[in-house]
Structure formats: structure tokens, C-alpha cells
Design a binder for this molecule. Structure first.
Ligand code: CU1
Length: 270
């Protein structure tokens, strides 16, 4: 018995040393850059560890809103506000950040994610995942809101563009007066609408609906906003006609187009 134990212990040490050597080798080969894709083994082990870290009792809980066919819609609204920045508007990890983080942001339609139980998804949203970019939302999302998010995650694999669209129109209804032609929302790290046409002399107003700052920058249009805080607005009256691409310098990939038409000189705007 004792011999067996010593043997097991020795094997354990050998295994540990092998892991350490492999880790060191990887560090020297690739450094700690974050825009690499982890290998399949690493992904599988990490996902397994995440699930194992959730108490079995919590994992077994099923979504109390599973009978509610509309819960995912509320979840989607919430998702756009808090999660889309990293997870993408449709949860498909197509945001500007997704592939540049380590571990990368998972595609929520991935079978490996969909196989997780309701309770596991709930726990991940509430508690976050250490050593990843996933924050703990416990203090901001009530249990009900979190279950709605879980309902939305279940919907991700079959989500259609039409499912996503109503929210944009619905949101402008809820939060604001009817959208003026020169009104642009900054929502989910996206300029909406992405392309806006105005006439020279008209004022354009950006409203930040995200919980973090954005700006509006285009040197061609001589347009340089300060960082616009959540719920803040910024207005600009173009002084020259043309088609201007602009962006938020805080979020590479967050881009929009402003077309300023000079009605006095038709033909020039195109
Ligand atoms: Cu931004």
C-alpha cells in the first residue's frame, strides 16, 4: 500500500514537472500575447474547470422563465446594453474585442456553451469567470434579469436578423422623442444608424446609450468630440459637404458614415 502511494506521488511529481516544462516552453515560444487562439485541449480543460467550479446544486437549477416565450426579448434588450460590447449584438462573438481577448469571447451558439445547464449559465453571469474578461454581474443584474439573459442565450443559435431588428426601433420609442434625421445613437458599441444623410447646415446629435464613454472623430470632417459619457449627447454642425467616415477612437471597429449634402450645389454630394 505504502509503496503504491509513493509511486503515485512520484508520478504526480513527474506530471507536474511535465506541465511546468510545457507551460514554460509555451511562454517562451509565444509570450503572453492575447490575440492567439487557445488550442482545443486548453479550451476543453478551461471550460470543464469553469463548469466544475459551479456547485452541482446550482448547476441543476432550470430556468424558472423557461415557460415564458417572451423572456428572451427582455433578455436581449439587457444583453445589448451590457454584453454586446464583447459578445456582439447577436451573441456570436463578432465584436471588435472578441478575438483579441485571451481567452477569446465564446460564440454563445457554440454547442459547448449550449450544452451548459441553465443553472451553469446563470452562475457564470452572476459570478463572472476569473482569469477571463467575464465580469460578475451579481450587483447589477437581479436574478430575474439574469434568467432572462439565460433565455436569450438559449435563443442565440436560432436568432434571425428580424429578431434583432425590432429592438432598435423599440428602443428609440422608449428612451427618446422620435428620431430626428440627424440623431445617431451609440448603442452596443455601434453607431445607429450606421450611415446618416444630412443637409449642409443641419445639426447632427449623437446620444450615448452605452454604460461607458464613446467619441466621434473624423479629421476629414474636422469633427472631434470629447469622450461622451453614458447618457450624454454631443452635437455637430458640419461646415463642408461630403461623405465622411468617422469612428470612436476608444473602440476600434466602431465606425459610422456621415453624408453631408449641399443642396445648393446638387451633384456634388455624390
Ligand atoms: Cu466607443
Amino acid at each position: 500500500m505504502a509503496v503504491l502511494r509513493v509511486r503515485l506521488f512520484l508520478w504526480f511529481i513527474v506530471l507536474l514537472a511535465a506541465v511546468a516544462v510545457a507551460a514554460l516552453w509555451m511562454l517562451r515560444e509565444h509570450g503572453l500575447v492575447s490575440d492567439r487562439q487557445p488550442g482545443r485541449l486548453e479550451t476543453a480543460i478551461a471550460r470543464r474547470l469553469v463548469v466544475l467550479s459551479i456547485p452541482a446544486s446550482a448547476r441543476k437549477v432550470t430556468n424558472p422563465l423557461s415557460g415564458n416565450d417572451e423572456a428572451w426579448r427582455d433578455g436581449m434588450e439587457h444583453f445589448q446594453e451590457h454584453c454586446a460590447t464583447c459578445h456582439g449584438r447577436a451573441g456570436r462573438a463578432d465584436s471588435a474585442f472578441a478575438k483579441k481577448m485571451y481567452p477569446p469571447v465564446p460564440d454563445l451558439a457554440d454547442p459547448a456553451i449550449q450544452r451548459m445547464s441553465d443553472g451553469a449559465l446563470f452562475a457564470i453571469i452572476q459570478n463572472g469567470v476569473r482569469w477571463t474578461g467575464m465580469p460578475a454581474f451579481r450587483s447589477e443584474h437581479s436574478a430575474e434579469e439574469t434568467w432572462k439573459l439565460v433565455a436569450f442565450i438559449r435563443r442565440v443559435p436560432t436568432l434571425s436578423p428580424a429578431d434583432l431588428r425590432p429592438i432598435a426601433s423599440h428602443e428609440t420609442h422608449e428612451h427618446d422623442a422620435p428620431a430626428a434625421p440627424g440623431a445617431i445613437a451609440m448603442d452596443g458599441t455601434t453607431f445607429t444608424p450606421g450611415e446618416v444623410h444630412v443637409t449642409l447646415g443641419e445639426t447632427v446629435t449623437w446620444t450615448n446609450k452605452d454604460p461607458f464613454p464613446h467619441n466621434v472623430t473624423s479629421s476629414a470632417a474636422r469633427m472631434h468630440s470629447p469622450d461622451i459619457d453614458p447618457d450624454g449627447t454631443w452635437s455637430f454642425t458640419p461646415t463642408r459637404a461630403g461623405r465622411f467616415e468617422y469612428q470612436c477612437t476608444l473602440h476600434p471597429g466602431m465606425k459610422g458614415v456621415l453624408v453631408v449634402e449641399d443642396k445648393g450645389a446638387p451633384g456634388r454630394e455624390r
